[in-house]
Design a protein around this ligand. Structure first.
Ligand code: DHB
Length: 307
């Protein structure tokens, strides 16, 4: 079986959508709620106010992935908070994005005061907002924000992180996160500020920010696996890891779990293939497990071997 857990709930599949993919509108969320082989769903990162997002084109398929500069288009936190409070078809995670430290506090105070008791994920890593840094690249500020958050917040809370590329950075972010009662860490967000060049037109491929944008899909798999592994080696065992990034096959999901992921999110591949991707990934993961004689995800989760 492919059972995994989300908080204290057992879910039938380890697959999640990656936030941002097919989860912005009521219709899209309803589609996810009815998608077989999707264990839980996460909403598009919500901000205090409704946002149109950046100008089009703002998503572009690459040969081995994608680049986007969406700019957090979303219907505003009230819509998503209402959606997750009423959701009864599938376990649901509310994602909220902090454009500033003050916004994070305001948003989480609203959630704290609401009837919603389920999991929330604070996105500390949106790479596409003009003029705003990714908060989680500033370790001191992240610490300050979380200290303030946990002075009042008592509901289940995780964070979405950007990719790190230096082992000392893994040490630093883990030391900060281990101070707080986080339920989970979702890693990685898109690899920020990549650039693609169309040789024929001699142009960039997305409009905002001169074409710089977040990179996802197959080409970020090694970075995603490294972040899952390095954080699993450093974070308190009570902080579960949701692995996100570069999953296009069941083997990729198997690798994420071997690195320590509790759940595995799929983003770019679902844009390319549609929601049927979850059926294929599930079949492929089951086939690999059967060939190896594994009967549950816990048989191999976190058990990556070194040479
Ligand atoms: C957006 C936000 C993200 O957190 C991300 O990884 C990619 C895109 C956005 O809406 O711009």
């Amino acid at each position: 079986n492919l059972q995994a857990t989300l908080l204290d709930q057992t879910i039938d599949s380890p697959f999640l959508n990656a936030s941002g993919v097919h989860c912005q509108t009521q219709e899209e969320l309803d589609d996810l709620a009815q998608t077989k082989n999707l264990g839980a769903l996460v909403t598009k990162s919500a901000t205090l106010q409704v946002r149109e997002g950046n100008p089009n084109p703002r998503y572009y398929d690459l040969p081995a992935g994608s680049i986007n500069s969406m700019g957090l288009p979303n219907l505003g936190y009230e819509f998503y908070l209402d959606y997750v409070t009423k959701a009864d078809k599938k376990p649901t995670i509310l994602s909220v994005a902090a454009l500033s430290a003050a916004d994070a506090i305001t948003l989480l105070k609203k959630i704290q005061a609401s009837d919603y008791e389920g999991p929330t994920e604070l996105n500390l890593s949106c790479p596409n907002i003009v003029g705003e840094p990714q908060l989680a690249y500033d370790f001191e500020n992240t610490d300050k924000v979380l200290a303030e958050v946990f002075s009042f917040y008592t509901k289940p809370l995780g964070v979405k992180l950007p990719p790190y590329f230096d082992l000392v950075h893994f040490d630093k972010i883990s030391a900060v996160l281990n101070k707080y009662p986080l339920t989970h860490v979702n890693t990685i967000n898109s690899v920020g500020n990549g650039l693609w060049v169309d040789i024929e037109t001699e142009q960039v491929v997305t409009k905002a920010k001169g074409g710089f944008g977040g990179v996802g899909g197959a080409m970020v798999l090694p970075t995603a696996l490294a972040n899952v592994r390095a954080l699993r080696q450093r974070l308190n065992p009570s902080i579960k890891i949701m692995g996100t990034g570069g999953v296009t096959t069941g083997a990729d999901a198997f690798a994420h779990i071997l690195c320590g992921a509790e759940l595995v999110s799929v983003g770019t591949q679902v844009i390319k293939e549609g929601l049927g991707a979850y059926d294929r990934l599930t079949a492929e993961l089951k086939e690999i497990m059967a060939a190896k004689g594994y009967t549950s995800l816990s048989d191999f989760r976190g058990k990556l071997k070194e040479l």
